[in-house]
Each structure stands twice: as structure tokens, then as C-alpha cells.
Design a protein around this ligand. Structure first.
Ligand code: BES
Ligand code: MN
Ligand code: MN
Length: 478
């Protein structure tokens, strides 16, 4: 049987698959930083060549518009031909080859772009450590190796299942050019029936899961201005507004005592959490005290919106967070200063049905209505928005992915949600009506976006096997 052949190929090529994954990790594709542009392009070419070797027709599509001064990273875009007899769905595989900046460098135990395999220690298994080891090069590599396995053993790209692949290089910097790309390739993308993404986590070690929803995001930045110059705090303190004081006081009003966001209408479109869902999530047996312990907190670290558990807050409730706040003097020593201005970055995670544009507008209005006396806001910058999505649990595709995962893991497959955001999913739902299956293999302690990012070999192997088995399910679906 072909699926067994492809699975056996993965087993016998384990080391070369890991070597290829590490080769890709050596190319520092920090998409957000222009200094890495040549390497980011190399990482895209590497991915294109890998897919070509597996029988895909694939090219790089430019997103930059130099005449307009727009930067952009190329999209790895292509497809696999359908087997003549195939009658199942066409899949759009999405992933990203860009990675987060590796800073702060001094906190890495080994250089971020020199991947190393580290032996198991404690509950952490054998793993590859590098920037992008998991997010998302490691997870995309599981798909790439699964495609290679089918090509090598069946002679056909993706075993004859028609795929469209879209692997972008701007996910970590807000996918700014993606909407235009999707518009420009609407016809090709509209041929697809469902989206497959490997960029999320499992429920835990040995607990594979399908994610049926991710949150949306609104990210803003703004400055509060007062005097037209920095002032001596002895001469001026207490006589005129201090924008840092005023900014802190104003932003503190964003939450009430119960940690509910106070912006009028903020919760209007939030889909209520059903008792059924609550019960299902409870059955997953998530140990929240242990989750807190893993990040150095005691049980009193369970802080957030009243009336919901930690998991419920992550999966079903919107949040507001200050990501950074600055102004005045932050160098060594003391400087007695009343700054002329102070700034902040504030973001919101949104849940199903909340409209990012509406939330952004109501936040801007809230700021205007809370302008401290004698101060003014500068234009609120919008660093990109993303729509949250939730997939119906009875979706045939989702059930097919679940069966695939069950076949290779021999355990119950949990249905979970994620607090993170993957903006492309909302974009494809909105523009083309496509649902997304998130079949991810990360662990919460993979340190994505942090120093010493890792991906465990057992997660990598399970993910590659699951993608191989998913092809079989698709072949049987027609
Ligand atoms: N892979 C993550 C999303 C993610 C994180 C899913 C944790 C599940 C668990 C993705 O690469 C990411 O970092 N997304 C950003 C989106 C932003 C840059 C628009 C996020 O969630 O902050
Ligand atoms: Mn990612
Ligand atoms: Mn990320």
C-alpha cells in the first residue's frame, strides 16, 4: 500500500530529512530586516528547489514594487498536477519561510543560525535548536519531506493530490503584501477547496491535536505630546502635563477591576462561549498550574478576565496588551526630566466575529475621548490587522486530518484552539471563503520568537508522518 511505502521512506531517510531541515535553518531569513534580504531570498530559492525535486511546478513571485519604494519578500508559489482519476479536494498549503529576528543574541546557548541537535534532558526531548527550528521552517519541512516521500515512492507529486503551495516570507512582519498577492492570484487560489497550515502547537507532549481556531489581531502605535521641548522637572514638574504620567494613567483605564476591556462595544461581536465547548475543553485535562510553573509563576499568576479559566481566556476571549511604552530618560543614571512626548505600542487579540477594522476605529475614538488635558495624540499607526477564524468541527477536511493524525499517532486527537494569530487564514476566508485546517506540531516550550528556539525530533517525525497520511486520506476522499 502506498501510504505504508511513503511512511517507510520517511523512516529510512530520517537523517537526510533532518540534515535538509538544518541546511535550511543555516540561511538567516529574517524577513523584516533589509540587511538579510539576500539571505531571505536564498531561503525562498532553497524551498522552491526542494518542491521542484518533489515534482511540483513552482516559482518565486516577487511582491516588492521598487518603483513605489515597497519592500517585499518573494512568495514561493506553485502547484502539483492532479492525477487523472483524482476526484477529491484541492489543497492550498500555506507556510512561511521568514523567521523572527534572533535578538537578544547574548541569550542564545549556540548561534541562532548554526543549528545543533541537542540530546534529551528532563521532559524536553532530543531537539534541533536554531531560529526557525519550529516557527515555521521546521513545520514547513515536515510537509516538504512528506511530499518528497510520496514522490520517491509513488513517482507522483504529492501522490497525485493536487496542491497549490503558497509559502511567504513576510508572515513575521505582518504579511503586508499578501493581500495584494491574493488578489492578483485569485483565480489560482479560488480553485482550492481548503487551506492546510502547519504553524501551531499540539496539546502537549504525546498529545497531537488539530487546531480549529486562531485569534485575530490589531496592533497600534501612538505618541502623546505635551510641551514643545523637554523640561526640567524641578522647574516644570507639577505645573504642566507630563506625557509619561498621563499616558500611564490613560492606558491604565483600558481595563476594569475584572480585567475586562473598557472600550465601549469591545465585546459586542464576541461569540459567547457555549457550555458544550467549556465542557469539551475541561475534558482535555490541561494543567494550568503547570503551565504557569513552566514560565516561573506560582498559581497566583492566573490573572485575567474574571469568570473564565486560563484556557478559556486564551481560546475564546479577546485581550488588550501594552507591548511597549517609552519616553523621557531611559539611559544609565538619573536625569530629572519632564519629556515632551511619550509613546506606546498597544495590541488586541480578537476572537471569532470581531472585526479588526471596527476595533481599531473604536480604540482610536476611545483615545480621542480620553485625551489628557493639555496633551494631544499623534496619528495612531496601524501595524497590521488579522481576522480570527474558527472552523466548524464537522468539516469533512478537518475530520480527514484528524483520521490521518490518528493513523500515525495511535492516540486520541484533541480538538484545540490557539491564542496566536495567522492572518492569512482570515484573509483567505474573507476573500475566497476558504476554511483552514491547522495541523501543527509545536510544543508550548519551543521558545518560538525567543532565544534557543527548538523543535523536538519526535514532533518533527510525527508531523512528517501525519502529512504523509493526510495525502492518503485525500486520495480516499474522492
Ligand atoms: N506561528 C505563529 C502563530 C502561533 C503562535 C500559533 C503560537 C500558535 C501558537 C506565527 O508565526 C506568529 O508568530 N504570528 C504572529 C502574527 C503577527 C506577526 C501578525 C502572532 O501571533 O503574534
Ligand atoms: Mn509561524
Ligand atoms: Mn511567528
Amino acid at each position: 500500500m502506498s501510504v505504508d511505502g511513503a511512511l517507510a521512506w520517511l523512516d529510512s531517510h530520517d537523517q537526510v530529512s533532518i540534515d535538509r531541515w538544518m541546511e535550511w535553518l543555516r540561511i538567516p531569513s529574517v524577513g523584516t530586516d533589509p540587511k538579510f534580504d539576500p539571505d531571505t531570498r536564498k531561503a525562498a530559492e532553497w524551498c522552491r528547489d526542494h518542491l521542484r525535486e518533489s515534482g511540483f511546478e513552482v516559482d518565486l513571485v516577487e511582491t516588492a514594487v521598487p518603483e513605489k519604494g515597497h519592500r517585499g519578500q518573494p512568495v514561493v508559489f506553485g502547484h502539483s498536477p492532479a492525477d487523472p482519476g483524482y476526484t477529491g479536494p484541492r489543497i492550498l498549503f500555506y507556510g512561511h519561510y521568514d523567521v523572527q529576528p534572533p535578538d537578544p543574541l547574548e541569550l542564545w546557548d549556540s548561534p541562532p543560525f548554526e543549528p545543533v541537535v541537542k540530546p534529551a534532558e528532563g521532559k524536553v526531548g532530543e531537539r534541533v535548536v536554531a531560529r526557525g527550528a519550529q516557527d515555521d521552517k521546521g513545520q514547513v519541512t515536515m510537509f516538504l519531506e512528506a511530499m518528497r516521500a510520496w514522490k520517491e515512492t509513488s513517482g507522483k507529486a504529492a501522490g497525485g493530490v493536487p496542491f497549490t503551495v503558497l509559502i511567504e516570507g513576510e508572515e513575521e512582519s505582518g504579511s503586508v503584501n499578501l493581500e495584494r498577492f491574493v488578489e492578483a492570484h485569485r483565480d489560482e487560489l479560488a480553485k482550492c477547496d481548503v487551506v492546510l497550515i502547519s504553524d501551531t502547537t499540539m496539546l502537549g507532549r504525546g498529545r497531537p491535536a488539530i487546531t480549529y481556531g486562531v485569534r485575530g489581531l490589531v496592533y497600534t502605535e501612538f505618541t502623546l505630546h505635551a510641551s514643545d521641548q523637554d523640561l526640567h522637572s524641578g522647574a516644570w514638574g507639577g505645573k504642566c502635563p507630563n506625557p509619561l504620567n498621563e499616558l500611564a494613567k490613560t492606558l491604565a483605564k483600558l481595563w476594569d477591576e475584572d480585567y475586562r476591556v473598557t472600550i465601549p462595544g469591545f465585546y459586542d461581536d464576541v461569540a459567547p462561549l457555549t457550555e458544550e465547548e467549556r465542557a469539551e475543553w475541561k475534558k482535555l485535562g490541561i494543567d494550568e498550574v503547570e503551565q504557569l510553573a513552566d514560565i516561573g509563576l506560582g498559581p497566583d499568576g492566573d490573572v485575567g478576565e474574571k469568570g473564565f479559566t486560563m484556557t478559556e481566556r486564551e481560546w475564546a476571549r479577546p485581550t488588550c496588551d501594552i507591548n511597549g511604552m517609552w519616553g523621557g530618560y531611559i539611559g544609565d543614571g538619573a536625569k530629572t526630566v519632564i519629556p515632551s512626548h511619550a509613546s506606546a505600542k498597544v495590541s488586541f487579540r480578537l476572537v471569532a466575529n470581531q472585526d479588526p477594522k471596527k476595533i481599531l476605529a473604536s480604540f482610536k475614538q476611545w483615545l480621542a475621548e480620553h485625551t489628557p488635558k493639555g496633551c494631544r495624540w499623534s496619528e495612531v499607526a496601524d501595524h497590521g490587522t488579522g481576522l480570527g477564524v474558527t472552523l466548524p468541527l464537522d468539516s469533512d477536511y478537518l475530520q480527514a486530518a484528524r483520521r490521518a493524525l490518528k493513523r500515525v499517532s495511535d492516540t486520541d486527537v484533541a480538538m484545540i484552539k490557539s491564542g496566536g494569530s495567522i492572518p492569512v487564514a482570515g484573509m483567505l476566508k474573507n476573500t475566497l471563503g476558504l476554511d483552514t485546517i491547522f495541523m501543527g506540531f509545536g510544543l508550548e516550550d519551543d521558545r518560538i520568537h525567543s532565544p534557543n528556539e527548538k523543535f523536538e525530533l519526535s514532533s518533527f517525525r510525527l508531523g512528517a508522518r501525519a502529512h504523509v497520511a493526510f495525502i492518503q486520506e485525500l486520495l480516499e476522499m474522492g
